[in-house]
Design a protein around this ligand. Structure first.
Ligand SMILES: [Ca+2]
Ligand SMILES: [Ca+2]
Length: 411
């Protein structure tokens, strides 16, 4: 195709160039072509975008915008520097423009007729302009709004089972890629949720107040920004603040264990005495049954007293007693030496304060027909693990009528 024919061809099929006089090697703006006159920005992969290519023949800045039927302008490029080149520049328009509602960063244009405009401005002030018409049809009609958002406004990541984590819950009307950015009061970013694909239903995330290193953040105000981006290119954001209060590490040690007696008859009682010290820097919360509670080997902490002392969502600490191995500490007692009426929440829970040491006793009536029982104590951090495990292992020989005695103590 000759150069002249290219110029005529451009004039015929492309957008109307306001100035075609510069159809030569040094034309400021030339060869402007739009890929389509109709787009359907709905993420179905068909006609979703409009591509405009153009040549720049002189050092220039390029501005591009879309204008709707009411004359409203949506900027795509604002005086972007362009160097002269024989290779065409490409502008891909995905149908989205800067959002008009609060919290909407980008939003697909609604169905309608639009004009695109390119403006090149040379360093000497000369400008050239190209425009074209296009239609938007079947545009996506739903934004990835972050609906029903609830965020824990304040929490205390200190392992006392009270508001130790912050919950983010929301609902998405369409599938989207979601990020949650956290920033401290000095603007430092804390990685949390990055580009997670989420479906059009209820979502939740939990922030435990920790950095990727595992270290806790400092007390203070943190800003979160939730960003949802759908396949069409719509981007919605919501922000807010979370207070982190009293962050700290819980830690405790068993300083003494005594399990006795070591020889009993079936149906008799084994008693454990445990001393526990809070060696961390935050109060430890604990629940019952209280020190002194008597179990039988046919019951567990979860079943007694109408399941009043079953695990309550994790985080409580208790002293545990087990035998043999693998039962998961069926016998548990509060880390408190006080009667339940004197607990921080009488009859419900108590605290073991930093530096405090308490002595707890518990007993178990042995109804298990097992002549060798190796009891041991531990600390249970419910829902988290056994921070102290398998302490004070003691063989208890159980005399069972009619069963030959295998216990070495009787040999
Ligand atoms: Ca489409
Ligand atoms: Ca807490």
């Amino acid at each position: 195709m000759t150069y002249l024919r290219i110029c005529f061809w451009l004039l015929a099929v492309s957008a109307s160039l306001a100035l075609l006089s510069g159809c030569n090697q040094s034309a400021l703006l030339s060869n402007v072509r739009a890929s389509a006159a109709l787009i359907s920005p709905n993420g179905d992969g068909s006609d979703d975008t409009l591509t405009i290519t153009y040549l720049i023949g002189q050092p220039a800045t390029l501005s591009a915008y879309i204008e709707d039927a009411a004359g409203r302008r949506y900027t795509l490029r604002d005086a972007a520097p362009r160097v002269p080149s024989n290779e065409a520049y490409t502008l891909v328009f995905d149908g989205t423009v800067a959002g008009t509602e609060p919290g909407v960063r980008r939003q697909v244009l609604p169905d309608g007729r639009y004009t695109w405009v390119l403006e090149a401005r040379a360093t000497n002030g000369a400008t050239e302009r190209a425009t074209g018409q296009f239609e938007v049809r079947d545009a996506a009609d739903r934004l990835p709004h972050i609906l029903d958002l609830q965020v824990t406004p304040r929490f205390s990541p200190n392992e006392d089972a009270e508001q130790d984590v912050a919950y983010f819950t929301y609902r998405l009307p369409v599938s989207a890629t979601v990020s949650i950015a956290l920033r401290d009061s000095e603007g430092r970013q804390i990685p949390f949720i990055t580009d997670v694909a989420e479906g059009p239903y209820a979502q939740s995330h939990i922030w435990d107040g920790k950095l990727p290193s595992g270290a806790l953040v400092a007390a203070g105000t943190y800003t979160y920004t939730i960003t949802a981006r759908d396949a069409v290119g719509n981007i919605v954001e919501r922000s807010g603040q979370i207070e982190v209060e009293q962050p700290g590490r819980a830690a405790a040690q068993i300083t003494f264990v005594h399990i006795a007696p070591v020889e009993i008859a079936l149906g008799n009682t084994v008693t454990v005495t445990v001393r526990v010290k809070n060696t961390g820097d935050v109060p430890i919360r604990t629940q019952g049954p209280p020190s002194g509670y008597r179990y039988t080997t046919n019951t567990t902490f979860a079943a007694i007293e109408d399941e009043r002392w079953a695990e309550k969502g994790g985080g409580f600490w208790r002293v545990g007693l087990d035998w043999g191995g693998g039962h998961g500490y069926p016998f548990r007692w509060a880390l408190s030496s006080k009667p339940m009426e004197q607990w921080a929440a009488p009859g419900v829970f108590d605290y073991l304060m930093p530096g405090e040491e308490v002595e707890i006793t518990g007993s178990v009536v042995v109804e298990q027909r097992e002549d060798r029982m190796e009891f041991y104590a531990g600390l249970v951090h419910e829902g988290v693990g056994y921070p102290v495990n398998n302490v004070g292992r003691t063989l208890v020989c159980v005399g069972i009528p009619g069963i030959e005695d295998r216990c070495p103590r009787r040999q």
